[in-house]
Design a protein. Structure first.
Length: 229
């Protein structure tokens, strides 16, 4: 009985010793980790101190540069204010030139388009006897002051090509497709249904006139197109 009791006490003591040894081992490892972390923090602290020292050293220089920049800014602001009117004049002139340039480009594009259209219509007139020409060419204002009014009256038919009949128009359309030219509107004279002129409009007085009365046209039916379209 005594031997068994001693053996049990021995086992208890050994377990306690093992537990103490494991605890000591853990403490040693924790101490090592803390020492390592302490070294890292110390290293970071040294780096931060170095950076702080550089920053503190550069502050006076940066303050001087900032003062210089403020002075330069004030100088430029005064110069800009004194030359403000000249700047506005130059800007206005630049805007005018840009507007003129856009208009010239638009005119150039329109002139090129008109030249191509004239060439195409001229070729159609040579190929097909029933082609008379464009509305714009056939119905010309009698005076320049009527240009805008006639243009508005023609509207989308201003560049339309007047032909004698529908067959001529179909032949022209076929030719344009074959030659890969842009599509074109054709007005066959034989299919035109002319609207009667409202005579009382001629008695309105003032400067108002019928468009029909201020255009020149080769023969009556072409002039009447303006009443039909």
């Amino acid at each position: 009985m005594k031997t068994a009791k001693l053996r049990d006490e021995k086992e208890v003591i050994e377990k306690k010793l093992n537990a103490d040894a494991e605890a000591k081992k853990n403490l040693v490892e924790n101490m090592q980790q803390l020492e390592s972390r302490k070294d890292e923090i110390s290293s970071q602290e040294r780096e931060l101190q170095t950076k702080l020292s550089k920053i503190l050293h550069s502050i006076p220089k940066l303050e001087n540069e900032l003062t210089h920049l403020h002075e330069e800014h004030n100088k430029i602001a005064k110069e800009r204010q004194s030359s403000g009117s000249e700047y506005q004049m130059l800007k206005q002139r630049l805007d005018e030139i840009e507007t003129q340039l856009r208009e010239l480009k638009a005119d150039k594009h329109e002139s090129e388009r008109d030249a191509r259209l004239k060439e195409t219509v001229g070729r159609l007139k040579r190929l097909f006897p029933g082609v008379h020409g464009r509305m714009l060419e056939l119905c010309r204002p009698s005076q320049k002051k009527y240009n805008l009014a006639v243009t508005v009256a023609m509207g989308k038919f201003m560049d339309a090509v007047v032909v004698e009949d529908e067959n001529t128009g179909k032949e022209c359309i076929k030719y344009l497709k074959e030659q890969r030219h842009p599509p074109q509107t054709f007005i066959p004279l034989q299919s035109v249904r002319v609207k009667p002129i409202i005579e009382k409009l001629r008695t309105l007085g003032g400067s108002a006139q019928l468009v029909f009365d201020v255009i020149q046209y080769p023969y009556l039916k072409v002039g009447c197109l303006l009443l039909a379209v």
